[in-house]
Design a binder for this molecule. Structure first.
Ligand SMILES: *Cc1c(COP(=O)(O)O)cnc(C)c1O
Length: 390
């Protein structure tokens, strides 16, 4: 690993993104090259900018059709979608929820909002998502299913009500086995598909394989609504319940204000949904473009000694939200981050592992060996759509 290599990588990235001298290549910028302005104007002209409006319904039904979900419900952001997914999975105060240590903070914050505690189980080397082997091993050693059909932690006595798998950087985790293990252990599986909109696992969309999936449309994601999120369901009844709870649990009536439970103001405004409709029209092109960039990176890094480019797992089609490379060790990682950020290329290490944060330093883990190794060596490199030519 020499500065020569770093220089070559920098030039390759500048070339791929057609960057002018002195221009910084961002990690991931949004692309607005379709009907965004037109639909936003429509919102303003019709005065439907807020809680009701045609774009909300349209975005939900078009996303359901695109992903094959039985129902889709928009939310104010991805974190709210995850919180709602946990509530709908009957996660209660005092429960434990299994997830991976390598994820964005939102996954664990959402678990904390319910009053449950996270248990951190390691990731797979090949997917960077929750490992079914590690999950099964941990459950066999630490859990059993009680007479009421609840999975319990044998040490703490707490109910293990749910597990959240996150499809890291858009690469689908091994869902078949995760679904099977969670069914056998009476644990509700949730897909944090915030990063993987449009990614396929054996031909099916991530977010639609577990009973509930959560998406994010934050500004740095593959498609954006400014801020926003979505719940995907394989069961329509659950989708209707989600719509009710995310809209203050108001009983439909022309003028009366009756609410039948504690609800949430988690709905997405119509102007954000308008952006979503315009972005969804371009999503297949965005993914094709991002996959071209990923393929170019893959071929380029074949000729760089000591750096491994992270590719989509077998049997999947990743949206390659964020491209990632693995350096030999933490020292090389830090030199690379320093060099690229000094030379106009935005690169980032992966998130601090969740159990390294103050809030979860005493949380249970299974040793998380793979996560620790990956966290030392991984760097995300520029991954946005290369040109607004749609
Ligand atoms: C982006 C993201 C979320 C949701 O983020 P919001 O900003 O609330 O939309 C959740 N989980 C992961 C893994 C993410 O990357």
């Amino acid at each position: 690993m020499t500065n020569n290599d770093f220089c070559e990588i920098t030039q390759f990235i500048r070339h791929n993104y057609n960057a002018a001298d002195g221009q910084t290549v961002a990690l991931h910028s949004p692309t607005f090259a379709g009907n965004e302005k037109k639909y936003l104007e429509e919102c303003i002209d019709t005065t439907f900018v807020s809680s009701v409006g045609a774009f909300v319904d349209r975005f939900e039904s078009e996303m359901a059709r695109y992903t094959g979900a039985a129902g889709a419900v928009v939310t104010v952001n991805g974190t709210a979608a995850l919180h709602m997914a946990l509530i709908l999975s009957d996660v209660e105060r005092g429960d434990e929820v299994i997830t991976q240590p390598l994820t964005f903070i939102a996954t664990c914050n959402a678990i904390a909002y319910t009053g449950a505690s996270p248990v951190f189980i390691d990731i797979d080397r090949s997917t960077l998502g929750l490992s079914p082997d590690a999950l099964e091993a941990w459950l066999e050693a630490n859990a059993d299913v009680d007479n009421n059909g609840n999975c319990r932690n044998k040490t703490t006595g707490a109910r293990i009500s749910a597990a959240v798998v996150m499809h890291t950087f858009g690469h689908p985790a091994r869902l078949d086995r995760l679904v099977d293990i969670c069914e056998r252990w009476h644990i509700k599986l949730i897909e944090d598909a915030a990063e993987s909109v449009g990614s396929l696992y054996h031909g099916r969309h991530t977010g639609t394989i577990a009973p509930i999936g959560a998406l994010s449309f934050n500004g740095n994601k593959t498609i954006t609504t400014g801020g926003g999120g979505m719940l995907l369901f394989s069961d329509e009844t659950m989708a209707r319940r989600a719509k009710h709870l995310t809209t203050q649990a108001k009983v439909p009536h022309r003028w009366e204000f009756i609410h039948d439970s504690i609800g949430y103001n988690y709905r997405m405004p119509n102007i954000n949904a308008a952006l979503g409709c315009a972005q969804l029209e371009q999503l297949p092109n965005f993914i094709a473009d991002k996959r071209r960039t990923a393929e170019a990176y893959r071929r380029f890094f074949e000729n760089i000694d000591g750096i491994e480019f992270v590719t989509e797992p077998e049997g999947t089609r990743s949206n390659y939200w964020l491209n990632a490379i693995l350096l030999p060790d933490r020292t090389a990682r830090d030199s690379f981050l320093e060099y690229t950020n000094n030379h106009g290329i935005q690169t980032r290490p992966v998130w601090e592992l969740m159990p390294n944060l103050r809030m979860w330093e005493s949380a249970a883990t299974d040793g998380i060996r793979v996560s620790r190794d990956i966290a030392d060596r991984l760097v995300n490199i520029p991954s946005g759509v290369t040109a607004p030519r749609y």
